[in-house]
Design a binder for this molecule. Sequence first.
Ligand SMILES: Cc1ncc(COP(=O)(O)OP(=O)(O)O)c(N)n1
Ligand SMILES: Cc1nc(C(=O)O)sc1CCOP(=O)(O)O
Ligand SMILES: [Mg+2]
Length: 226
Amino acid sequence: MTTDPRGWQRGLYAITDGVLLPDDHTLLTACDAALRGGLALLQYRDKSGDDARRWRQATSLASLCQDHAVPLIINDDTALALRLRDAGFAGVGLHLGQRDGELAEARQRLGVEALIGATCHARLDLAERAKAEGASYVAFGRFFASRTKPEAPPAPLSLLTEAAGLGLPRVAIGGIDAHTATAARQAGAELLASVEAVFGGSDVEARVRHLNQQLALIEGEHDVTP
Ligand SMILES: Cc1ncc(COP(=O)(O)OP(=O)(O)O)c(N)n1
Ligand SMILES: Cc1nc(C(=O)O)sc1CCOP(=O)(O)O
Ligand SMILES: [Mg+2]
């Protein structure tokens, strides 16, 4: 569990992947370990198009995240986020890319309390629009080479600094690991989003603890995680 009093607004943001975590057991075991290592946010990102699998996995993750008091962000799918919320799960949010539907409409349907994030690539104007439409955070990237999504358009780290005036938490994504996180954090990212550095190997809890230690070192903070 993260001990940062700023809660979801600062820290490590883990994103699941259907290739690295191909079945329910692998997904749940790895996410449980990541949560034990200390996450600010967890995102369920599944491109299978299998509605039964997505509902089954999302409900299991929502329950797990609720136990850890960490928000679960659903990628792409406003209807799935709403269905989870209506099923009684607390702390369910949504992440929308530029082709994933209207953010303003999602905000209206999910309500003022829900966390809703927006992909803004390398564009401040998209971030300004996302803020006007009710985004809780803005995500920029990709900042470094990514094996998970190599085709994502590149973005300069200077963008993170330029986005400070928005007044929303800034997420850095794309090739974030224990080395690159330093530069992204120093450029201003409050949240560091990662797939492979978290889920791309065994002992996920140790990987997350190592990432958190790097982030704490950057800030000169003491890692008080037991
Ligand atoms: C935190 C975060 N940032 C960016 C993305 C990418 O979203 P999108 O552009 O919609 O691409 P897909 O993830 O849907 O392939 C994200 N998922 N999370
Ligand atoms: C899902 C995603 N979106 C990106 C963007 O730039 O919008 S980069 C990316 C993949 C991030 O995975 P990894 O941490 O393994 O590089
Ligand atoms: Mg998307």
